[in-house]
Design a protein around this ligand. Structure first.
Ligand code: ADP
Ligand code: MG
Length: 558
């Protein structure tokens, strides 16, 4: 049987598509600028392969102009242009990408900078425009053509005049409605903001006429309006620059420009990976805790770029929760994007990048801990709790990554120490890492339970955070040494056992029974202890859950 072709209501399809694939209207500009950049890339590529064309960097740029009165926004480029046939097929067939074909024809492998691939970006213009006209003159062609469309109704093509090779795309911007502000797309300053947001690292200059207030030449406190052409994009992203060229100041400035935080970053990490999956990243460890950090409002994530074009503002998949304080971005040319270019098709690539970044962050933190202890303690003060949550919530899976980053206050050193430092100075007869839990160091110091352990000359770690003991329970041991609470029934060493036992007289026993009677179900037993020195009484527990943990657990909502 002969197969029938599907008939698509292309009008409806176009409408559906342009209004459903993008989450934000403003990305139309990103799409048009990306196309312009691709067109210039193609020109550059032709020049590389054809001696009769010279490529003069300064002749290639993208220009954005507005005409408020006529509601027109124009994006011009000095790229390779389109022939009549190309206008017809590239802009007339939805999901046909001239750029993808160009990459294939010229056997351009991944990694080349051409952005286009899906053949739908151009139509994003109809999210904000009632009419789009494209005037284009192709490289090597004498004629220019005008393509025009009101979207759903189809398009027309006719000859026109254009002097230079390249393309001018003019949008007639929609009228404002009650819900939608379209006027913003006619305001140069708004447009500049959108360009900076999505297209700051397009490699060619994006020029605009902008009006700014400038001090008058001879009178410094008087201002005048000056309109001048500016290049609004930074072009070369800082992460593509050579580390050796960059100063601390540059990284700090970038942190500020990006509004990653109001503080100065404690540390930056600049990574450039050329392996299976190529990417660059700049990461920051902030100095202070964001105000909402330990709340549900805080959103973790890194900015994700594909080839210098912003794809996602907060890509959560690039960071595990325990490093959620890290700020920064990742740029990769090897991502497989979905059609809206707002998401990825495979998270396998992200997983790989994440794994790598975690390693880098850890290395950097360990370095900080070793060489700049004070800075590290500042960091730990801000984010240490998150690391401990990390140990606790992943059932010890992140043990390897996190255990050496933990710090606890030490009875011996009277400052924060690492587990490694603790274990290294353990006396030979000591078999456990001892800890005591309490609300504050001062309160722990007054705990009767600490006395015998201290008398033995053993060091005690002070756990003052609710999460501390839970995290330690997940770790279970460090370098073969288990953790032991000073209030646990069995401390793991003998304190002249037999002698103590014999001290319990009948009279004592009567007293204990009486106490037990009064305390009822608050205690399981009352007995003589071998661990008291100067205090008359202390609480101790048997089994896994310590008194402090029980307190925390009983406070948790069911
Ligand atoms: P994509 O960029 O994913 O290929 P688009 O819908 O954005 O899809 O563009 C479709 C095609 O139209 C491009 O592949 C390219 O061949 C052509 N095109 C669009 N804009 C321009 C331009 N400014 N200059 C030259 N060609 C362009
Ligand atoms: Mg495109």
């Amino acid at each position: 049987m002969a197969k029938q072709q599907f008939e698509a209501e292309s009008k409806r399809l176009l409408e559906m598509m342009i209004n459903s694939i993008y989450s934000q209207r403003e990305v139309f500009l990103r799409e048009l600028i990306s196309n312009a950049s691709d067109a210039i890339d193609k020109m550059y590529y032709q020049a590389l392969t054809d001696d009769s064309i010279t490529f003069n960097q300064s002749d290639y740029y993208i220009k954005i102009t507005t005409d408020k009165e006529n509601r027109q926004l124009t994006i011009s480029d000095t790229g390779i242009g389109m022939t009549k046939e190309e206008l017809e097929s590239n802009l007339g067939v939805i999901a046909k990408s001239g750029s993808l074909a160009f990459k294939k024809e010229n056997e351009i492998k991944d990694g080349y900078d051409i952005i286009g691939q899906f053949g739908v970006g151009f139509y994003a213009a109809f999210m904000v425009a009632d009419q789009v006209t494209v005037v284009s003159k192709a490289l090597g062609s004498e004629e220019a053509y005008l393509w025009q469309s009101e979207g759903a109704e189809g398009f027309t093509i006719e000859p026109t005049e254009k002097e230079t090779v390249g393309t001018d795309i003019t949008l007639t911007i929609k009228e404002n409605t009650d819900e939608d502000d379209f006027d913003q797309f006619l305001d140069p300053n708004q447009l500049k903001t959108i360009v900076k947001k999505y297209s700051d690292f397009i490699r060619y200059p994006i020029k605009m006429e902008l009006t700014t207030q400038k001090p008058k030449e001879d009178k410094e406190d008087e201002f005048e309006e000056v309109t001048e052409e500016q290049t609004v994009n930074s072009m070369v992203p800082i992460w593509k620059k050579n580390k050796a060229e960059l100063t601390e100041e540059d990284y700090n400035q970038f942190y500020m420009d990006k509004h990653y935080g109001f503080d100065k970053p404690l540390q930056h990490i600049h990574v450039s990976v050329d392996g299976n999956i190529r990417y660059q990243a700049i990461l920051y460890i902030p100095e202070t805790t964001p105000y909402n950090y330990y709340s549900a409002d805080y959103e973790k994530g890194l900015e994700l770029y594909s080839n210098g074009v912003l794809i996602m503002n907060k890509c959560a998949d690039l960071l595990p929760d325990y490093f959620s304080f890290v700020k920064g971005l990742v740029d990769s040319e090897d991502l497989s994007l979905n059609i809206s270019r707002e998401m990825l098709q495979h998270d396998r690539q992200l997983k790989l990048i994440e794994k790598n970044l975690v390693k880098k962050i850890k290395t950097e933190l360990v370095k900080l801990l070793r060489s700049e202890r004070e800075q590290y303690e500042k960091f730990y003060d801000a984010f240490g709790r998150q690391l401990k949550y990390g140990v606790y919530s992943d059932f010890g899976q992140n043990k390897e990554t996190l255990q050496d980053l933990l710090l606890f206050y030490s009875s011996k050193e009277e400052k924060l120490v690492t587990l490694k430092e603790y274990v290294e100075r353990m006396p030979e007869d000591q078999s456990y890492i001892y800890y005591a839990t309490g609300e504050s160091n001062a309160r722990i110091e007054r705990l009767p339970q600490t006395e015998v352990v201290l008398d033995k000359g053993y060091e005690i770690l002070y756990f003052t955070d609710d999460v501390d003991e839970f995290a330690i329970k997940m770790l279970a041991e460090y370098e073969g040494k288990s953790f032991k609470s000073v209030s646990s029934g069995d401390l793991g060493f003998d304190a002249e056992d037999s002698e103590e036992e014999s001290k319990t007289t009948d009279q004592d026993q009567a007293l204990f029974d009486e106490m037990k009677e009064i305390l009822k179900d608050k205690v399981t037993d009352v007995r003589a202890s071998k661990r008291l020195k100067t205090h008359p009484v202390c609480l101790s527990n048997e089994g896994e859950i310590s008194i402090e943990m029980e307190k925390v657990l009983s406070m948790m909502p069911d």
